[in-house]
Every structure is written in C-alpha cells, then in structure tokens.
Design a protein around this ligand. Sequence first.
Ligand code: NAP
Ligand code: HSE
Length: 437
Amino acid sequence: MTAVMANQKIKIGLVGFGTVGVGVCKILQEQATLLANRSGAEFEVVKVAMRDTTKKRDIELPAGAATTDWQEVVNHPEVELVIELMGGTGIAFDVVSAALKAGKPVITGNKALLAERGEEVFALSAENNTPIYFEASVAGGIPIIKTIREAFVGNNVANLAGIINGTCNYILERMTEAGLSYDVALKEAMDLGYAEADPTLDINGWDAGHKAILLGAMSYGFLPAPQDTYVTGIENVKLEDITLADKLGYAIKLISVVKPASEQTVEIRTQASFVPKSHLLAKVDGVFNAVALSGDAVGDSFIYGRGAGEGPTATAVVADLIDAVKNLGTANKGFLPYDTSYSVAPIDDTETAYFISIDVQDEPGVMAKITSLFSDRGISFSGTHSHLDPNAPDAAMNHVSFITHVAKYGVLKAALADLADLDCVTSEPTLYRVESF
Ligand code: NAP
Ligand code: HSE
C-alpha cells in the first residue's frame, strides 16, 4: 500500500460543476494519494456552486457542499483557493474579483473572461497581490501556458501557430471523414463536452480568438485588445472547399497565428486556413489541439494533445492548483502583464499567400480580366485550378480557383472588391489564407 506523504491540507471552493468542474473533483478524489505524494498537499472541496443542485452528476459531493450561491463559496471562511469553472464574462467576473479582493488565489479555465476583461482582472490580481492561474483556458490538456512561461522562459517567441479549438477541429474532421452534416457534428461535440455553453463562440472563431489573445499576452507581456485582433470562424467552410484543398495538397484548419509583425507590433489572427498537408498541424485531427512554436534559442517545437473535454481540461486545472498551493503565502507568482509597449498589428498589414475561388461566366478574356486585376496591384498567382472533364473539353468553365504569392491582406481585399465588380464574376469569392509556418 502506498503511504500518503502530505504535510498540508488545502480547502478549496469551486464555482461551476459542469464538464470541467466535475472532472476536477474526480481527479482530486481518485488521485488523492498520487497528488499528496507528488505535491505534499491533500485537498478538500468545501463548497461547490452550480445552478441546479438537484441535477444528477457523475460524482457525489460531501453533504452540505452544494450551493446555488457563488458568494457562499468565495466567502466561506475555510476556503483558501477558488476555482472558477462556470464560464462567461458577467457573474464569473464577480466571482473572480471577489476572490482576488479576499486574497484567495484563483484558478480558472475562462479564456473569454481573461481575454475580454483581462485588464480589470490582472489589475485586481496585482492590487491584491493574489495570483490568478489559467492553464486550462488555452488548449485544454496541453501545458502551453507553462511551456511559454517556464520551459521557454529564456526565449523570445519568434512564431506561434496553433489549432486551439477542439470543437472546430472535431467538426471539420467529422464532416470530412464521416460525411456528417455540420449540425450533427456540432451536436456530437456538444454531447462530448467539448463545446462552450454557447457554441457560437467556438464556430465563429472567438473561442480560439480569445485563446490567441492569451497566447499573445504570455508571449509578449501585453494585453491585446480583442477588437484589434482578427477573428473569423468555420461557419463558411464548405465541404467542396475541403475536397478541393485536399486535391491541391492542403488541409483546412482553424488556425491561430501569433507572431511579431514589426519591432513593437504583433500579428494576432484566427481563421480557417489552408495548411500544407506535409506540416504537422495538418495532421492534427478531432478534438486534438497543437501549437507549433519557435523560440529564438530553442528553435522549433511542437506541442500536441487533447484540447477540450473533461479529463484533459481538469488535468490543467489540477496542475494550476498544485502551483497555487506551492505559491501560497508568497508574492504574486501568477501572470501579470509586463510590457505595455506592444500593440496588435493592423490585419491589413499582415501577409500570407491566399486561395481564392469564384464562379465565372465562360467568355473570351475572362482569365485575362481576372489576372490583370490582381497584377495591377502587384499580386501574382502561383497556381490556378479549374475543373476539366476529359470527355467534354468544350464544356463551360464556370468555376476557377487560384493560389496567390504572398501579399498584404489590405491589398488583397482591395483586389477582391474589384473582382466582385467584374460582370464575368458570378459569385462572392471564397477566400482562405494559405499558411506557411
Ligand atoms: P459547463 O459544463 O457548462 O459548466 C458550467 C457550470 O457552471 C455548471 O455546473 C453550471 O451549473 C454552473 N453555473 C453556471 N452559471 C452559474 C451561476 N450563476 N452560479 C453558479 N453556478 C453556475 O461548462 P464547462 O464545459 O465545464 O466549462 C467551464 C469553463 O471552463 C468555461 O469557462 C469554459 O470556457 C472553460 N473550458 C472548458 C473546456 C471544455 O472542454 N469543456 C475546456 C477548457 C476550458 P449547472 O450544472 O447547475 O447548470
Ligand atoms: N470549447 C473549447 C474547444 C473548449 O472546443 O476548444 C476548450 O477550451
């Protein structure tokens, strides 16, 4: 029998007892001995807030622990640490600020709160010398925050690109591999506990967008303003785009990019992009997330794991819990912004290659009109594609796609606006960035 080597007993309050909250309690119960032997601490969950205390959960709480009032958790005299796992930016902000004001360290997985209201939250953390930990807020079970803050602490981040939303990655895979409709794939992701309570945040790219903001903060020390970053989602990704991308040697993935754009500006953008199939990111499927990160000393690294769901996310929360315990009673050892000289680079100044596809009327000169419109703006094509039926070479060409050389997004946008005005163009252009990492 394993001896229990604990010299500290820590009492915790938990606000939110859904997918992740339940997962945290399971690890604390099931791995109590392992945690005690590895960290020297034993944990007791004293009070847990949820909306409906009568709902059946996967785990039993001690009698009297459940409440519907988060204030009972935060204000409980025995609670030393508060874990916020309810989500949202309203009441969750009240929970986190009340805990920080009471000098109780906070552990959260709430990327929306930190990205949207980080300025207020980190100011409270500094004023009250009380840390806030948030490993679970980015990429579920992947220790990406720790990697940047600790493992790569002596590195400037030269480039970071990742798949950091499990729901979108899962949906894209299920649509392609299992031929599911978008709605059915989303329902699966929700049933598996991957999606946000409001899944529009996953689909419209903002969940990953929030995480990209936090990765920007970790990498460059400033708090990027959400409105300065660029975010689009997977709502307009069509099965035919995925099929054509595959034929051309690419996978379509929701990619977040965080990298220096100039000496004091950082490119922060999230969108569905073409990723070369030869790159590791193209091979990340299902709920898995991955971050490709280059540090100036360490060089290229790649970190991969499950990005959402009960066990992976709870793993990150429990890891933060151990850090919080180690730092109890010391100066604030959580993250605080440290460099206000950075800002987000305007999206129009960012550069990649692009995939563009449009419906056209088959008439003499159509290709010349299109190509000259781009070449007038200094954009040239590295490839073109149109479907040709070998048995019907004289059939109408009504769809054409191109891949451009690298160009500034602002210039590309202007060319696309002119393209839409051409009489021979009969559809809105489909646009994807073609990433090279
Ligand atoms: P969830 O399953 O929807 O759980 C939310 C919990 O909060 C529920 O227990 C709910 O109570 C409780 N709650 C909501 N409003 C409340 C209120 N006003 N007072 C008290 N309790 C309240 O969400 P989740 O998936 O566990 O996610 C929790 C947080 O972790 C979110 O910030 C999310 O973004 C983040 N996160 C989630 C994942 C994931 O894979 N799911 C991964 C990383 C980060 P009831 O159960 O009674 O409704
Ligand atoms: N909804 C999020 C996702 C949860 O699918 O990635 C993990 O942050």
